[in-house]
Design a protein around this ligand. Structure first.
Ligand SMILES: *Cc1c(COP(=O)(O)O)cnc(C)c1O
Length: 391
């Protein structure tokens, strides 16, 4: 049998972050004392009242198909969240609930992009974006940034990359993997370019609630009616409510795009899990107190890790403004990211994700969504490793 794999599937690179996480977990299961900095998920448990709501829905028999784009109660709660947190007015019909924020992103790309289209993606990028664009048979156009500009693209850089084929610009602020956060003025300027050029923006705002030092997340959709018309917001429950395994995300889009995505979803996944949606309603409408506690803990870890990384020879690290990642520059150690991370895992049993996975080979991603004790131990080991490389 000739198991010919389709062009689209064959063009993909499997997710390196998931692979590294799996390898670290395997080494741990084999009895090795591995410190994992690879995780892209909070180390906190889902708040109890959210679990209770889903458990009750399950016990009550809420176990059947729902509308494919999600229950009205949840889409209403999401519309209210956008009003309350972002000052944005969406009808529930503009909101689609999907099986994770990742699924929402994929739906957006699939509904808006096709062969011949270009999608502008600033690097370092979340590693799934270019692969999603390839699955849609469109072409990723990467805009390189470095730590010298806090990993931000400028309006001039964006403008220069736009061609008649440009369909979509992907924004992710706060960013995975860098933790970088655009200021409102910077965001507005990027949005202005897209409005002027008629380019759609996919704004992945999943880390909205995880910002530090009194910084504020603002949605690019909120600057004017034109910005709103040009923007599709992707969001989810994974990060702010620690619900990664629930597989629930959502998007808000102009009506024609929401309709197209509803159609795609109705023929692919159908609805996201029924009782999980009830948990999500509780997440959005219930108490938000857990966030303060989590943010204080993340902030402590970030400050510690940032200072430790900068004290290592050959390593420099700009501070993150959001999310739960640091993205240190390791170019002065003489190693590229793949070798650095492979040897760090082999020699010191520390798992981190090589920057090359995010389109930036001089860096690695350190997730501080792990205990302070782990962070201390892992950074002690990384320092030992780096001191052997840099005299
Ligand atoms: C975690 C994450 C998502 C969504 O994750 P799901 O688990 O699919 O909800 C989306 N975008 C970025 C940048 C992320 O880091």
């Amino acid at each position: 049998m000739n198991y010919r794999i389709s062009h689209r599937a064959a063009s993909l690179s499997p997710s390196l972050t998931l692979a590294i996480d799996a390898k670290a977990k395997q080494l741990k299961a084999d009895g090795l004392d591995v410190v994992g900095f690879g995780a892209g998920e909070p180390d906190f448990d889902t708040p109890q009242h959210i679990k209770d709501a889903a458990a009750k829905a399950l016990a009550d028999g809420f176990t059947k198909y729902t509308p494919s784009s999600g229950i009205v109660e949840l889409r209403q709660a999401i519309a209210e969240k956008f009003k309350r947190d972002n000052g944005l007015t969406y009808k529930p019909s503009q909101v689609i609930v999907s099986c994770g924020g990742k699924h929402s992103c994929y739906n957006v790309v699939l509904a808006t992009c096709q062969e011949g289209d270009e999608v502008i993606i600033p690097a370092p990028y979340w590693l799934s974006y270019p692969e999603m664009v390839k699955l849609a048979a469109a072409t990723p156009v990467i805009l390189q940034t470095t730590d010298a500009t806090d990993f931000k693209v400028t309006p001039d850089q964006l403008r220069a990359a736009i061609t008649p084929r440009t369909r979509l610009f992907i924004l992710n602020s706060p960013s995975n993997p860098t933790g970088s956060l655009y200021t409102p003025a910077e965001l507005k300027a990027l949005g202005d370019v897209c409005v002027e050029k008629g380019v759609l923006i996919m704004s992945d705002e999943i880390y909205e609630k995880l910002v530090y030092d009194g910084a504020e997340h603002v949605s690019v959709a909120s600057f004017s009616a034109a910005h709103l018309e040009h923007t599709i917001i992707v969001h989810g429950f994974a990060k702010a409510y620690s619900m990664t395994g629930w597989r629930l995300g959502y998007l808000a889009a102009p009506e024609p795009i929401a309709k197209a995505i509803d159609a795609i979803q109705s023929h692919s996944t159908s609805n996201p899990t029924s009782f999980a949606q009830k948990g999500a309603v509780a997440a959005l409408t219930g108490p938000q107190d857990h966030l303060k506690v989590w943010l204080a803990e993340y902030a402590k870890r970030r400050a510690y890790a940032h200072q430790r990384l900068n004290a290592m020879p050959g390593v420099s690290c700009v501070n993150a403004k959001g999310a739960f990642y640091l993205f240190p520059n390791i170019s002065k150690t003489g190693l590229k990211s793949t070798e650095f991370c492979a040897r760090l895992l082999d020699e010191e049993k520390v798992a981190a994700v090589p920057g090359i996975a995010f389109g930036a080979d001089d860096y690695l991603r350190i997730s501080y969504a792990t205990s302070m004790a782990n962070i201390e131990k892992g950074l002690d080991r990384m320092e030992k490793f780096v001191r052997r490389l840099v005299k």
